[in-house]
Design a protein around this ligand. Structure first.
Ligand SMILES: Cc1ncc(COP(=O)(O)O)c(C=O)c1O
Length: 417
């Protein structure tokens, strides 16, 4: 039996309608920006394996760090124990994070990084003697698939089945909305959560730095917490190490995952200010933050994250993202003139083309059709409905980027969508 047949007999894939989806692509090996299939095809990973990869697949330095750590310590309980990679990663994350962040709490994926932030915010207020039950979040937000993260995410096809179970979140569309909300209900708002600069799964939507700075100012003015979900944007994806830097903003809570381990292993980090942390310090053990996961601060994941930060220090990674950004701009801008292109958006290592659709959204049928068309050409893309985006590992060469942009242009020019 082929890998696909064996897969189909026993597995259930994420975000996949198992009855109608095409067969999964059987990947047996990967290197740099390429994935290699069981039947010998080479496919360019144009979505960084769900936005996680940055230095390329099977990077020798990351592989070596992983192997070395495996020979030392693969895993240990993190309640009551500690280990060198977790401590060093904590130190180095605080060194590069926006100034004023002081404590790193590990978890194991992007959704849990967000859950931890939401729970910390709620308990921060209750430990401080205030009962705050409402969060404010942006329209089109996506923060993950666990219940808290779903509640913070905008209501969509992703959350439809679970709506009665999701806690109350007030939605805002701009700073005027947020001001109005904080003015009327400020004392109930536990925190304002947003994806700074780039909203990902909601459709690769860009926000100006002034918006992020404005949200920070409003949180300060009305005395609530700002939670920055940088699960997608962290580690250079928007051209700065963290998207908050575009606006010189320090959030009260910063959520990281995805590229934290350069796409090798699941790891989440929620970084809090000293003010939040100290609200949990008490002789009263009931004020403890009772949250943890079996693999919290997994040493293998922390070791790869450290090796990834070494690469940021030793090689001009962000300069590479800047060059990629220029090439994406130059390559995609010409598509704006196509009748069915409604917008082109580029930031850092992300380029998106929005296509006209009478019922835009994730489930638009053009998504799977386009995916199949790109795949035929050896390019892995996964449009968000009518939004086609390219978000490759930063190590992609100029020639490889030019090739991918050519495929996108050809498909979109010839498309009968
Ligand atoms: C902004 C943002 N937050 C949270 C998540 C959830 O991360 P994970 O898929 O690792 O749970 C994602 C995933 O795409 C994301 O883009």
């Amino acid at each position: 039996m082929s890998l696909i047949d064996r897969d189909r007999a026993v597995l259930w894939h994420p975000y996949t309608q198992m009855q109608t989806a095409p067969a999964p692509i059987p990947i047996v090996r990967a290197e740099s920006v390429y994935l290699y299939t069981e039947d010998g095809r080479r496919i360019l990973d144009g979505i960084s394996s769900w936005w996680v990869n940055i230095h390329g697949h099977a990077h020798p330095r990351l592989n070596a760090a992983l192997a070395h750590q495996a020979s030392q310590l693969e895993q240990v309980i993190f309640a009551g124990c500690t280990h060198p990679p977790a401590v060093e990663l904590g130190e180095r994350l605080l060194h590069i994070a926006p100034p004023g962040l002081a404590r790193v709490f590990y978890s194991d994926n992007g959704s849990t990084a967000v859950e931890v932030a939401l729970k910390m915010a709620i308990q921060f207020w209750s430990n401080s003697g205030e009962d705050r039950r409402v969060f404010a979040a942006l329209e089109n937000a996506y923060h993950g698939d666990t219940f808290g993260a779903m509640a913070a995410s905008d209501r969509s096809i992703f959350t439809r089945s679970f709506e009665p179970f999701l806690f109350q979140v007030e939605r805002f569309a701009d700073l005027a909305d947020l001001r109005q909300l904080l003015r009327t209900r400020g004392r109930e708002i536990a925190g304002v959560i947003l994806e700074p600069i780039l909203q990902g799964a909601g459709g690769m939507i860009l926000w100006p730095p002034e918006f992020v700075a404005g949200a920070r100012r409003l949180c300060d003015e009305f005395g609530t917490l700002l939670i920055a979900d940088e699960v997608l944007t962290g580690f250079g994806r928007t051209g700065k190490m963290f998207a908050c830097e575009h606006a010189n903003v320090t959030p009260d809570l910063l959520c990281l995952s995805k590229a934290l381990t350069a796409g090798y292993l699941p790891l989440g980090a929620t970084i809090a200010t000293e003010k939040i942390y100290s609200a949990f310090l008490s002789d009263d053990r009931a004020k403890t933050f009772f949250h943890g996961h079996s693999y919290t601060a997994n040493p293998l994941a922390c070791a790869v994250a450290l090796a990834s930060l070494d690469l940021f220090e030793e090689t001009p990674v962000l300069a590479k993202v800047a060059r990629l950004e220029s090439q994406l701009r130059a390559g995609l801008e010409s598509l704006r003139s196509l009748a069915h292109v409604t917008d082109v958006r580029v930031i850092g290592g992300m380029g998106a083309v929005e296509l006209a659709a009478n019922s835009p959204g994730y489930l638009h049928a053009m998504g799977p059709r386009l995916t199949a068309e790109f795949l035929k050409r050896g390019l892995l893309l996964r449009p968000l409905g009518n939004v086609v985006y390219f978000l490759p590992p930063y190590v992609i060469t100029e020639t490889e980027t030019a090739w991918a942009l050519e495929q996108i242009a050809e498909v979109l020019r010839g498309a009968s969508l």
